[in-house]
Design a protein. Structure first.
Length: 87
């Protein structure tokens, strides 16, 4: 599941511009896990942005990881991402 997760994140990272920015796979991982877990956010130390608090993907159950991959695929379908990643 982990290898497939990173393959999906890489495709989103390559193909989606988010609010005028290209984000790396790690940033997309945080966006999707935040959305999935309905995480809380707090201001960063400089007060110039925010940090999402919550569950690490390494602590996700098999079911949670599957749900995250489904979320990524649904987002990708809405944004024209061509995954080409084995199911």
């Amino acid at each position: 599941q982990n290898a497939r997760l990173w393959a999906l994140l890489a495709k989103v990272s390559e193909q989606v511009v988010w609010h005028g920015r290209k984000l790396d796979s790690e940033s997309w991982k945080h966006i999707f896990s935040s959305s999935l877990k309905k995480m809380d956010v707090v201001p960063n130390l400089e007060g110039t942005g925010f940090v999402a608090l919550g569950l690490s993907t390494s602590k996700m159950s098999i079911r949670e990881m599957a749900d995250m991959q489904t979320l990524i695929e649904a987002f990708g379908a809405q944004h024209g991402v061509e995954f080409g990643v084995p199911v």
